[in-house]
Design a binder for this molecule. Structure first.
Ligand SMILES: Cc1cc2nc3c(=O)[nH]c(=O)nc-3n(C[C@H](O)[C@H](O)[C@H](O)COP(=O)(O)O)c2cc1C
Length: 272
């Protein structure tokens, strides 16, 4: 049940709220009244808040956590495009981490940014799990290596690739979790016809936001493969029954600073 709260002193009855409502449940204003959600339609509200976000007068508040409403004035040039492009192009995968751990409060702040990632129907299905204890991250790396040992001399596509990684691990070098202090998981309900898309989107938000908080990241693809295929790791990680994790993300303070942006392949676009 959702309702909209209208400040009648500032509402100009422009009806933008009704126009942008993705569910089309806001009745337009009349000469005598203000926009409303009729009671019989209020259950269809997905609480996306677009009615509120696009109200030029800031005259409307959705009655979902109204005390958390943030009024903001966005100008088109809030972030200069070249600054944003430089920031995003300057993100690098970090594989050398300081042993200094990151305070949980700071990690929660970055996850709070990722909370605003898009989700189908504003369903917000993502839940997070942070392995904060470095020794536990090491254990995950070890179990991933154990999984790699099981696929040696098999027909697995990585069978010829893993012996090198295993040998490196045995010599004391961690190419799985790169001695990162922390490991982040995002998980969503299992969907037989979809990948954990929303978890990947939310993690990508974390990946992009993290450098602004001084944090370096790296996707942990090998851990993901082991998680999908090796029961001892699955049992250790305890992703809740009925939920599926996306590729996890290593993070911590980087040992090195980034000083230049490397080249990438020319973009390949088909225009139709
Ligand atoms: C799905 C995915 C899985 C990845 N898995 C690993 C991994 O297991 N280990 C690793 O060191 N890097 C991993 N990476 C990082 C890529 O190697 C890296 O993004 C790529 O080399 C480009 O470097 P950049 O991120 O610094 O631009 C992964 C990246 C993605 C997107």
């Amino acid at each position: 049940m959702s309702q909209i709260i209208i400040d009648q002193k500032t509402c100009t009855k422009c009806n933008t709220c009704a126009t942008v409502c993705v569910m089309g449940i806001i009745d337009k204003t009349t000469d005598s009244g203000y926009p409303t959600i009729p009671e019989e339609k209020s259950d269809y509200c997905i609480k996306c808040g677009h009615c509120e976000s696009f109200c030029a007068q800031k005259a409307l508040t959705l009655d979902f956590l109204p005390e958390e409403k943030i009024n903001a004035t966005f100008s088109d040039s809030m972030i200069e495009p070249q600054n944003l492009a430089f920031y995003i192009k300057g993100r690098r995968s970090v594989r050398h981490y300081s042993s200094k751990t990151i305070d949980k409060e700071l990690i929660a702040k970055v996850i709070d940014v990722a909370r605003y990632a898009a989700s189908g129907g504003n369903g917000q299905p993502v839940k997070w799990m942070v392995i904060h204890e470095p020794a536990e991250v090491k254990l995950v790396a070890g179990l991933t290596i154990d999984w790699m040992r099981t696929i040696q001399n098999t027909t697995h596509p990585l069978a010829d690739y893993v012996p090198g990684i295993i040998a490196t691990w045995d010599s004391g070098l961690d190419l799985i979790c790169h001695n990162a202090p922390h490991l982040l998981f995002a998980h969503v309900p299992v969907d037989p016809i979809d990948d954990p898309t929303e978890a990947i989107i939310a993690l990508t938000h974390f990946d992009i936001a993290a450098p602004a908080f001084g944090i370096g990241t790296c996707w942990a693809g090998f851990v993901k493969m082991a998680l999908d295929n090796y029961k001892p790791l699955k049992d250790r990680l305890l992703i809740p029954e009925g939920r599926k994790a996306a590729c996890p993300m290593l993070f911590g303070y980087s040992s090195y600073k980034i000083t230049s942006i490397p080249r990438r392949n020319p973009v390949d676009i088909t225009w139709r």
